[in-house]
Design a protein around this ligand. Structure first.
Ligand SMILES: [Zn+2]
Length: 151
């Protein structure tokens, strides 16, 4: 499985970025506010260098805009319509990934490792119920086990 989520102009490869987007989706915020909120939510320390360049990038790509500049040059960022759309797509992709990860409906073939939607071909081997994508994988699996046992 890919460890990066690509949605339109967005490439999300860290939890921090994901949360920055969620916070911005929730409403306009300035960088320092985001860092403060992140350190409340996340179990690890958030470096400003993970936040400001990302905000800058969102701005450059037209996914966020600066709606206000406060004292000491604090820029308040807000997602543009395109930015909001991207976050929505991202969330949908993310929830699909989660669904696959937690859904009991998805099994992995014990023989070849492909994803099976539903039970697939089930066989009880050594008292354990195993799922396979097809009968052939089950046969191969049993053959392999036999060979290993003979060693
Ligand atoms: Zn298989």
């Amino acid at each position: 499985m890919s460890r990066e989520l690509d949605v339109g102009k967005l490439r999300i490869n860290t939890v921090t970025k994901m949360f920055i987007l969620m916070l911005l989706y929730d409403g306009a915020k300035h960088g320092y506010e985001i860092i403060k909120r992140l350190s409340e939510i996340l179990p690890f320390k958030v470096n400003p260098e993970q936040v400001y360049p990302f905000l800058h990038m969102l701005h450059e790509k037209g996914l966020a805009k600066v709606v206000k500049v406060l004292e000491r040059d604090k820029k308040v960022y807000e997602l543009t319509d395109e930015g909001k759309e991207s976050v929505e797509m991202l969330l949908e992709r993310f929830s699909n990934l989660l669904e696959i990860a937690i859904s009991p409906k998805v099994n992995v073939c014990a023989g070849c490792g492909v994803k099976i939607f539903g039970d697939g071909y089930v066989e009880v081997i050594d008292g354990k119920e195993l799922h396979f994508c097809c009968k052939h994988c089950a046969e191969n699996y049993k053959e392999m086990k036999m060979k290993l046992r003979k060693r």
